[in-house]
Design a protein around this ligand. Structure first.
Ligand SMILES: [Cu+2]
Length: 255
């Protein structure tokens, strides 16, 4: 009777774990929406790694269930063994092959996201300035240069045009922060004293959550912002509005 319970517990755990993934796979409980050009690729990598892990998990659990079932029926002491070279070779080689496969399979996606010089050599659309505990975004203004009088600065919300590659220059004014937009599958650390760049392309309009993914101090939890993707016209209108807001002295008529 005990062995039915013991083996049954592991069967239930195996079924519950696998079922929880299958049942939620295409729901909001699973991954957030895919809102960048490489989000689908990242998810495909994630799913293939998860599949490999699921196979390993099911095999290990099946072995455990059989061991519990058969072991519980015996009364003699368990036999122990040491130094089985074939077994050790097997559990070294199989994970090694899996790890090498992961390293090779993710290469093209990683290069497209982080190492694409054609993208990263473009002039940045804006500069992200992270600090304890807010996000500031600096657009270079008409002269195309940063830290000049016509810079347009806004807080918390970054507005970018849809359907175009967007390059961001990033720096921190104090400690390490991390620029994380889950919907874009994009996360990049920003290190003190170093200018960092990233790029993405959001195909459609929408509002996306931006969070800091590096524990940066007591107010880390409130270091939230958003990335708003809009059409070209609305983007230009936003910059014009920003310029007006920053230069308006309160006396003239606003259009
Ligand atoms: Cu932070």
């Amino acid at each position: 009777m005990t062995r039915i319970w013991a083996a049954g517990l592991f069967v239930a755990l195996l079924v519950a774990v696998v079922w929880s993934f299958v049942a939620t796979y295409n729901t909001e409980l699973w991954l957030p929406q895919q809102a960048s050009s490489f989000a689908g690729e990242v998810d495909a990598l994630f799913s293939s790694i998860l599949l490999a892990l699921t196979v390993a998990f099911v095999l290990v659990m099946a072995f455990l269930i059989v061991a519990v079932w058969r072991g519980a029926a015996r009364t003699e002491r368990a036999r122990t063994s040491h130094g089985d070279a074939r077994l050790e070779l097997l559990w070294t080689l199989v994970p090694a092959v899996v790890l090498i496969w992961i390293a090779v399979a993710q290469g093209p996606t990683w290069r497209a996201m982080k190492g694409d010089a054609r993208m990263l050599d473009r002039p940045p659309l804006a500069r992200v300035e992270a600090a304890q505990f807010d996000w500031r975004f600096r657009y270079p203004g008409a002269d195309g240069a940063y830290d000049t009088a016509d810079d347009l600065v806004c807080v918390h919300e970054l507005v970018v045009p849809a359907g175009e590659p967007v390059v961001l220059a990033m720096r921190t004014r104090d400690v390490i922060h991390s620029f994380f937009v889950p919907d874009f599958r994009l996360k990049q650390d920003i290190l003190p004293g170093r200018d960092t760049k990233l790029w993405f392309q959001a195909p459609a309009s929408g509002q996306h959550e931006l969070v800091c993914a590096e524990l940066c101090g007591w107010g880390h939890y409130k270091m939230a912002g958003s990335v708003r993707v809009v059409g070209r016209e609305e983007y230009s209108a936003h910059l014009a509005e920003l310029a007006l807001r920053l230069t308006h002295n309160g006396t003239e008529e606003r259009p």
